[in-house]
Write a protein that binds this ligand. Structure first.
Ligand code: HEM
Length: 407
C-alpha cells in the first residue's frame, strides 16, 4: 500500500507538531463517537480536529458540561435567586446566549442532513436521516418550529436538539474515559502489560481486536469497568428531582428536591471496593462481573453506577461500553505509549489520577487536564494494519456520503 512520507514520519513517533490532519490517528477518533484528543508537548497543547465543525462540537460540549455542573451557579443551591428578573440573573442570559449558539450548530447539522436527503437523495441509517424519512412519509416533509405536530412528530427545533443531545451525551463521556484510560495505563504499567499480553495471545498481530473478541478478553473488559469505577466521567451524576415526598434512611426528601447521586463517592466505598484508590481490574474479573451476563446481579449493578441509576439510566450504556472496549483494546494492541521526558524536571511527568485538583478539570464531566504522551506503532506490521483499516474506513464514509479525512 502506498502512503506518503508525512504519514510515515508521524507513524514513527507522533510529535504533535507533525500530526497531519488526515492522519491515521483520526481513526481512533472515528471509532469513538468523537474524541477531543488533546496531545501536549512541552507547554503546548494541540487539539486534533480535522474540520471546524468538529472543533465547534467540542466547544459546545465543553460549554454544556461547564454550565450543567451541579452547584456551578449560586441559583442551584439558593432557589430564591431563580425568581430574580433576567437583568439581575446574568447566568440566565449566559445560558440563553449559549443555547442559541448550540442551536446554530444543531440546526445547521439538521439542515445539512435535510439537504443530503432531499437534494442528493442520500439514505443513511442515522437517527436524523431515518426520522426525517419517517416524518415525511407521515405527511410532514417540512415541520418548522418547536414542539411536536398534533400527531406527535417532532418539529425541526426539537428534532435538532434531540439529535444534539445524543451527540453531547455520548461524545464527551466516551472521549473523557479514553483519555483517562491512557492516564491510568501510564500510571499502572503492570496492568497495561497484562492487558496487552491477553490481547496478543488472543488476537495476535495479524489483525486488530474486534467486538467478537470481547468474551475472550476478560481482563481488558475488567480494565474498562475499573476505569469507569475509578473515575466515572459524569462524576456527580445528573441531578434528579423528586416528583413526590420521600423518606430515605431517616432523611425526609420533600417533593421538588434536587437529588444528586455522587457517583465518584459511591465508587470509593471501601466495603464494596476494597482499597478503592488502586486501579485494580481484578475486582471485576470472573464470570459474575462480566458486563454481558453472569449470575451475580448485584455485582453487575455495582459496576454500572457510572451510567447512573433508575428511570433515567444512561440510554447509551451499551454503545458507550462497546466504544470503550474497542478503542482501548485497539490502542493497547497497536500503540506503544509513554510520557516523554520533561526537561524541566529531568524525568517523565505522569499526572497522578488520584489528585483531583492537579489532574482533573472541574465541570459536570471531569476530564484529565492536558498531559504529555507520545504514541508510536508497536511494529511496522501493526502500522500497516492500522493504515489499511484507515483506508477501509474512508471508503465506508464515502459510501455513506460523508466527507472523509484529508490525506
Ligand atoms: C462511557 C460513556 C458514557 C457514560 C459514562 C454515560 C453516563 C451517563 C449518565 C451518568 C447519565 C445520567 C443517568 C441518570 O440520570 O441517572 C446518562 C444519561 C444519558 N446518556 Fe449516557 N453515558 C455514556 C455514553 C452515552 C452514549 C454513547 C449515549 C448515546 C449514544 C448516551 C446517551 C445518554 C442519554 C440519551 C441519556 C439521558 C437518559 C435519560 O435522561 O433518560 N450516553 N449517561
Amino acid at each position: 500500500m502506498c502512503h506518503d512520507a508525512k504519514t510515515d514520519r508521524a507513524l514513527r513517533a507522533i510529535s504533535p507538531d507533525e500530526v497531519p490532519e488526515g492522519h491515521w490517528f483520526n481513526l481512533i477518533r472515528r471509532y469513538s463517537t468523537s474524541i477531543p484528543m488533546y496531545i501536549t508537548y512541552g507547554k503546548r497543547v494541540h487539539r486534533i480536529a480535522n474540520n471546524p465543525q468538529v472543533a465547534q462540537v467540542y466547544d459546545v460540549v465543553g460549554n454544556f458540561t461547564r454550565m450543567a455542573q451541579p452547584g456551578n451557579y449560586l441559583a442551584d443551591v439558593v432557589p430564591f435567586l431563580r425568581m430574580l428578573p433576567d437583568i439581575l440573573a446574568p447566568w440566565r442570559s449566559e445560558a440563553g446566549a449559549k443555547h442559541r449558539w448550540e442551536m446554530e450548530l444543531y440546526g445547521g447539522l439538521l439542515e445539512e442532513e435535510k439537504d443530503a436527503l432531499n437534494y442528493q437523495g442520500t439514505v443513511r441509517d442515522s437517527f436524523l436521516n431515518t426520522y426525517l424519512r419517517a416524518r415525511a412519509a407521515a405527511g410532514y416533509a417540512t415541520a418548522h418550529g418547536n414542539g411536536t405536530t398534533t400527531d406527535m412528530w417532532m418539529r425541526d427545533t426539537m428534532l435538532a436538539y434531540t439529535a444534539g443531545t445524543i451527540l453531547e451525551a455520548g461524545s464527551d463521556t466516551t472521549a473523557t474515559a479514553i483519555l483517562a484510560f491512557v492516564l491510568y495505563m501510564l500510571n499502572y504499567p503492570a496492568v497495561m502489560k497484562r492487558a496487552r499480553e491477553e490481547i496478543d495471545s488472543v488476537v495476535g498481530s495479524e489483525r486488530m481486536p474486534n467486538f467478537d473478541d470481547e468474551d475472550n478478553l476478560p481482563y481488558v473488559v475488567a480494565c474498562v469497568q475499573e476505569l469507569l469505577r475509578c473515575h466515572p466521567p459524569i462524576i456527580m451524576g445528573i441531578p434528579h428531582r423528586a416528583d413526590e415526598d420521600d423518606d430515605y434512611k431517616g432523611y425526609h426528601i420533600p417533593k421538588g428536591t434536587t437529588v444528586i447521586g455522587n457517583l465518584w463517592s459511591i465508587h470509593m466505598d471501601p466495603v464494596k471496593y476494597p482499597d478503592p484508590t488502586n486501579f485494580n481490574p481484578e475486582r471485576f474479573l470472573g464470570e459474575s462481573m462480566r458486563r454481558t451476563g453472569g449470575p451475580d446481579a448485584q455485582a453487575q449493578v455495582t459496576a454500572r453506577y457510572a451510567f447512573g441509576f433508575g428511570r433515567r439510566f444512561c440510554a447509551g450504556k451499551d454503545v458507550g461500553e462497546a466504544s470503550l472496549f474497542i478503542v482501548c483494546s485497539r490502542i493497547l494492541w497497536g500503540l506503544d505509549f509513554f510520557a516523554p521526558m520533561d526537561p524541566e524536571i529531568g524525568k517523565a511527568r505522569i499526572p497522578n489520577p488520584w489528585d483531583e485538583e492537579a489532574t482533573w478539570t472541574k465541570g459536570f464531566i471531569a476530564v484529565p487536564k492536558p498531559f504529555s504522551v507520545q504514541f508510536s506503532p508497536r511494529t511496522e506490521k501493526h502500522a500497516e494494519i492500522i493504515r489499511l483499516s484507515f483506508e477501509e474506513l474512508q471508503d465506508e464514509w464515502k459510501d455513506a456520503g460523508l466527507p472523509g479525512d484529508e490525506r
